[in-house]
Structure formats: structure tokens, C-alpha cells
Design a protein around this ligand. Structure first.
Ligand code: SAM
Length: 372
């Protein structure tokens, strides 16, 4: 028994020995097995929670991805293919994909569905989905469709700031009983990160970096000998992510009860911490493994190209009938939520989608259809 009763106890004990690099602070407050934000049994995702993600916001998301699953299968021949949702949270997306009512019995036999997450305490059991905590628990397959939504922006990240010629790293200390910032010379791996990519931060500019973006994507590439890797996340290509004037304070943010703040040290373990990802890290890692980049653009365009507007929620209002005022209001809300995913602002534009493929043939995919 550690005797710790809260995340603050854990932090205080750790800070008694030494200050903590902010990256390690994020690892603790998000993923501590007992008090971490993602160790809680109730899901933080949803309108009643801290923030909303696309699969939870509207069934339009899984409906569109269901179309991709079917297209994937139709190319796969006779082998058994797998659909794996990495960072599946409570499994909302993979459960809907596995339960797709349009999937034929034959298709259900030929496709198996996995939800993978480092903390599975919130995963909702489902007869059609197998949950695992690491990729090596998944058996071999002829081809794999790997999907992740807001996985990479949930990885622990370091916070860096340029001071003259020197790159500094932010650490966390305890001062007068409260958590506070302190600055150290940056770990050499972050100097290398910027040098290798030819990035020069302005004096006083902040940047938020995770070395795990590339490392985890590299794991996904090795796991996917043949297939597609489809990544939905908040992020930008590096030319925009580190642009001094726009991003002087980096992108780190805290989410709690649908509010966003820059106060990263308050209520440790009670708020989500996240940073926009550098999509070039993923793209380059995939390309170094022989993956071809098939799509990189905003979520709205991706879902529209997959055929999102064929969903019944987007039928002309005149064709819809309801039995009561409450049903009518619920339907209007559901239609608004569906539209949020495919409008080119908010979640439809802030989330980007990268699709890379290997060994799936030369034909183009429906998501590559030019719409405009
Ligand atoms: C922001 S939540 C997104 C959950 C879900 N995909 C959704 O869209 O609602 C991020 C999830 O990624 C998981 N996660 C973080 N790092 C992971 C890793 N290295 N491998 C697998 N899952 C991870 C977290 O436990 C958490 O459930």
C-alpha cells in the first residue's frame, strides 16, 4: 500500500525528491493507475463529461467509417481482416462498427473487431468486440484497418520555450504549497527534434512536443504489414504548428466540463491535458515504412467523401416525421450534432485525418474522391 489518497499526495511525494519534467507530470496526472484522469471508471467523454469526441457526438461518424470498413473488406479477398480502434476509450466507435446493421453475416465472419487502450476500465463489454491493452495480444491477420481518434493528442508531451540561443524545458515544482513552473535546459532529445526538422523557434516562443507521436505510429506501421492506418486528431503539419506569430504560446490546453483553459497545473488528475500533434511526424514515419499517403485533410472533407450525407439524419426535414414535440427537438439536436462533424469549422475543420496504406492495390478509395 502506498498510503496515497489523492493525485496531489502522489505528486507531493514525487516532488519532495526532485522537480518533475512537465512530460512526466502529464504521464502521472493522465495515466497514474489509481488517480490518473484516464484511470477513472466514468468516461470523461460526452456532453455531460469534460469534452466531446466525434464518435460520441454523432452516429454519422461510425456510419461513415462503416462504409470504409465495407470498402476495405471488398478489397481484401478471402482473408480475415481486422478492424482495430487504438485508444478506443469506452469503445463507442468500435462497438458501432462491429454492430453495423448493414454488415452481412458473411462480412461479420470475415472481419473481427478489436478495441485497444492502455486503460480499459471504461470499455463497455460487447459480444462482437475484443478488448486488449497492447497490440501483441491481437492474433495475425491478412489485412488490418487501424483507426484512431484523438489518440496521439492524448500522449504525454513536453513543454519547451526558446530563451535566446537556448531551448528550455518546463518542469513542475512545489512552491509555497502550490504547483508551479520552473525552467531547465531542455533534454538534448528536444534540441535534436527541432534540429532534425529544421525548425527554429522565435525567442520566447513555446512549443509542445511528444517524442511518442513517432514512436507509437512506428509501432502501428510494424503491426500493419498490409492495410490502412486512419488517424483522426487535433494537429497540423509542422510548417503551421510551429509558426511563431500564430503559435507563440504553443498548443497545450486543459479541458474540464466542456471548458478549455491554459491553466495546466490546477486540479491534477481532474482535467484532461492535450497538445496538437505534428502530423508530419506520423506521415514521415509511415513513409519510411513504405506506406503511401492516401489522404491528408480536414475531417469534414473526409467524412463527406465517404458518403456521410447519405445518413438518414441529413435527410431533407420535409421527409422526416415525428410523433411528439420532444422527439422533434431531440431529432433537431441530433441533426445539428451530425452537421457539426461535416461543416468546415469547429470539429469538422480542427480535426485532421491522415490515411496511409500499404499493400492494398493501386485503385483509389472513395475517400479520395474530389468533392469540390
Ligand atoms: C482522448 S481519449 C479518446 C477516446 C476515443 N478514441 C474517443 O474518440 O472517444 C484518448 C484515449 O487514448 C488512450 N491512450 C493513450 N495512450 C495510449 C496508448 N499508448 N495506447 C493505447 N491507448 C492509449 C487513453 O487511455 C484514452 O482512452
Amino acid at each position: 500500500m502506498s498510503g496515497d489518497r489523492s493525485m496531489l499526495d502522489v505528486l507531493r511525494k514525487s516532488l519532495r525528491d526532485s522537480d518533475l519534467p512537465f512530460r512526466d507530470f502529464v504521464e502521472l496526472v493522465l495515466y497514474h493507475p489509481e488517480f490518473g484522469y484516464y484511470a477513472r471508471s466514468e468516461s470523461p467523454v460526452g456532453k455531460e463529461g469534460d469534452y466531446v469526441t466525434s464518435p460520441v457526438l454523432s452516429p454519422l461518424f461510425s456510419y461513415s467509417l462503416g462504409k470504409l470498413c465495407r470498402e476495405f473488406m471488398s478489397r481484401d479477398g478471402d482473408g480475415v481482416s481486422q478492424v482495430v480502434d487504438v485508444g478506443c476509450g469506452d469503445g463507442a466507435l468500435i462497438r458501432s462498427l462491429a454492430g453495423e446493421k448493414n454488415l452481412t453475416a458473411e462480412a461479420q465472419r470475415a472481419q473481427s473487431f478489436y478495441g485497444m487502450d492502455r486503460s480499459l476500465g471504461r470499455a463497455v463489454p460487447d459480444a462482437n468486440v475484443r478488448y486488449v491493452t497492447s497490440l501483441d495480444q491481437i492474433p495475425a491477420a491478412a489485412a488490418r484497418l487501424i483507426i484512431s481518434n484523438e489518440l496521439f493528442d492524448a500522449l504525454p508531451f513536453a513543454r519547451l520555450v526558446q530563451r535566446g540561443e537556448h531551448l528550455h524545458e518546463l518542469w513542475v515544482t512545489e512552491r509555497d504549497g502550490a504547483l508551479d513552473w520552473t525552467e531547465h535546459e531542455a533534454d538534448a532529445r528536444y534540441d535534436d527534434y527541432f534540429a532534425e526538422r529544421g525548425i527554429k523557434l522565435d525567442d520566447g516562443q513555446f512549443a509542445d512536443i511528444s517524442l511518442e507521436w513517432s514512436a507509437l505510429y512506428d509501432e502501428l506501421c510494424r503491426f500493419t504489414t498490409r492495410g490502412l492506418i486512419v488517424t483522426f486528431d487535433y494537429g497540423l503539419p509542422q510548417s503551421k504548428l510551429f509558426r511563431g506569430r500564430m503559435r507563440r504560446f504553443g498548443t497545450a490546453a486543459a479541458y474540464s466540463k466542456q471548458r478549455v483553459s491554459r491553466d495546466l497545473l490546477v486540479n491534477p488528475g481532474e482535467q484532461d491535458l492535450t497538445a496538437h500533434i505534428n502530423f508530419d511526424d506520423l506521415r514521415r514515419t509511415g513513409e519510411s515504412h513504405g506506406f503511401e499517403t492516401l489522404f491528408f485533410d480536414i475531417q469534414a472533407k473526409f467524412l463527406l467523401a465517404l458518403g456521410a450525407t447519405e445518413h438518414e439524419l441529413l435527410k431533407p426535414i420535409g421527409e422526416v416525421s415525428v410523433d411528439s414535440a420532444d422527439e422533434g427537438l431531440a431529432l433537431l439536436q441530433a441533426r445539428d450534432d451530425a452537421k457539426r462533424l461535416i461543416l468546415p469549422d469547429g470539429i469538422g475543420a480542427d480535426i485532421r485525418v491522415l490515411v496511409q496504406g500499404r499493400g492494398m492495390g493501386p485503385d483509389s478509395w472513395r475517400f479520395q474522391t474530389e468533392l469540390f
